[in-house]
Design a binder for this molecule. Structure first.
Ligand code: NAD
Length: 467
């Protein structure tokens, strides 16, 4: 018997199969979870397709009310959601609470937006309007690092624009999405919101499904390429939020004691499993030793443990595959650089890796060139800031990046040279619901959030009348 159910056509239904969801801190099951069959995915898509004509004709005010009601439900249940999020995802409870509150706030933000018709011409000879129409059924595919808030980058925007949705969380973190499904099932007409769970086998079926008109995908670059290829046949719209290898560049005028803890935080939040975590740290040669020492101090002082335990600052890696992948990065880092803090697994139960600082490492090492997505930080020495920016840009990724300096004008000028979707100065990973977020190069296609993100869930229509 499953402890959770899926939302299909307004009903909470069991899966055709079940699967276990593990707590990454204990490797013990958190719950038994439904697993949808292909037939159940088809039912969800059919329900969304049937609900689309009526939903797309509702007023935007009506849809705003649904978004606000969803935001309220999340807010009213913040503690329950946060606890469950920590159990399935691993992050410390305070961070989980922040993510849940953020999910509510992001959902609420979309209710403030509008999609007005734009009158281009209105004279004696013609009237021309540009309108934003919904697309139809939207498939939302979510990864496991921020299961709740990333869902709220997509679901409210898709609904506000008048689309209906099928949401698929990641197979290792489906529980918060299914809990939400049970709480919001009556807030919109049957079929408008469908939430299913899979064992990593239905994402591909969604991307090639003929009745899904758009896929909004967040996940790895490797899977993003598959999404793009398989969406081609049905000429589906896609937006892809993919991997990153963010460079963080520290100029020569900062105080290492002040900046190192901030840099550490930029890299190690969520045990490094953040698409826009700082993943390559470039430090000027004049303060390289001092920064390395301060970063090692931060890592050595960090409290690593079960996210439900009070005082925990870093939880485990979210799943076994990621845990093993990061251990692989550690092995190559041992050969390519010098480990000055951490360097291995913590304990023998749970997917814990001690926060690790690696110095005397450079490009050409896997830890610098690829996305580690874990708590292992390479610190790279440079002598010329312009060269550091060139090296930062010499990557297939282009998600985020940041420059740190006392002289913020100098940092701003260098920031304009960075080839990434977001660039920060004296901060990192500052995501706000009203700011468009997206990647350059292999980090993605399109934007989420802000008005730009909302528009991606629409089709432009020009209405052009002769008088
Ligand atoms: P993943 O690509 O393995 O999985 C993401 C989702 O895609 C899951 O729901 C999965 O079930 C589904 N999926 C698997 N195969 C699929 C297929 N063939 N077609 C369609 N969907 C499929 O990614 P992950 O390991 O869960 O997440 C980590 C990655 O996500 C990292 O690379 C990280 O940088 C990236 N990420 C990016 C952003 C961003 O906004 N740019 C945000 C968070 C995470």
């Amino acid at each position: 018997m499953s402890d959770y159910k899926m939302l299909i056509n307004g009903q909470m239904v069991a899966g055709d199969a079940t699967m276990s969801v593990l707590n990454p801190a204990t490797e013990e099951p958190v719950a038994t979870c439904p697993r949808a069959s292909k037939a159940q995915l088809d039912q969800a898509v059919a329900a969304a397709k049937a609900a689309f004509p009526a939903w797309s004709k509702t007023s935007i005010d009506e849809r705003r009310k649904v978004l606000i009601a969803i935001a309220d439900v999340i807010q009213d249940n913040v503690n329950d959601f946060a606890r469950l999020l920590t159990q399935e995802q691993g992050k410390p409870l305070a961070d989980a609470t922040g993510e849940v509150m953020g999910a509510s706030a992001f959902c609420r933000y979309f209710a403030t937006l509008d999609l007005p018709d734009r009158v281009v011409t209105d004279d004696a000879t013609s009237r021309v309007e540009v309108r934003r129409k919904p697309l139809g059924v939207v498939g939302c595919i979510i990864p496991w690092n921020f299961p709740m808030i990333l869902m709220m980058f997509k679901l409210p925007a898709a609904l506000l624009a008048g689309n209906t949705v099928v949401v698929k969380p990641a197979p290792t973190t489906p529980l918060t999405a299914l809990k939400l499904a049970g709480l919001i099932k009556d807030l919109a007409p049957p079929g408008v919101i469908n939430i299913i769970a899979d064992a990593n086998d239905l994402g591909g079926e969604m991307t090639k499904h003929p009745d899904i008109r758009k896929i909004s995908f967040t996940g790895s670059t490797e899977t993003g390429k598959k999404v793009m290829a398989s969406a081609a046949d049905a000429l589906k719209r896609i937006s892809l939020e993919l991997g990153g290898n963010d460079a963080l560049i520290v100029l020569d005028d900062v105080d290492p004691k002040v900046t190192a803890p901030q840099v550490y935080g930029a890299a190690m939040q969520n045990a490094g499993q953040v698409c826009i975590a700082a993943k390559r740290i470039y430090v000027h040669e004049s303060m390289y030793d001092a920064m390395c020492d301060e970063l090692a101090k931060c890592a050595n002082e960090a409290v690593v443990g079960d996210g439900l335990e009070q005082g925990t600052q870093m939880g485990p890696l979210q799943n076994k595959a990621q845990f093993e992948k990061v251990l692989g990065f550690l092995e190559s880092a041992k050969k390519d650089g010098k480990i000055i803090a951490g360097g291995g697994r913590k304990g023998d139960k749970g997917y814990f890796i001690n926060p690790t600082i690696v110095r005397d490492i450079a490009e050409g090492s896997k830890l610098v060139d690829e996305e580690q997505f874990g708590p292992v930080m390479p610190v790279i020495k440079y002598s010329d800031p312009a060269d550091a920016v060139r090296r930062a840009n010499n990557s297939m990724y282009g998600l985020g990046g940041s420059i740190w300096a006392k002289d913020s004008d100098r940092a701003w000028d260098l920031a304009t040279e960075m080839e990434s979707g977001s660039v920060w100065v004296n901060k990192h990973a500052d995501i706000q619901p009203h700011l468009p977020f997206g990647g350059a190069k292999f980090s993605g296609i399109g934007s989420e959030l802000g008005e730009e993100g909302l528009k991606e869930f629409t089709q432009v229509q020009v209405l052009n009348m002769a008088r």
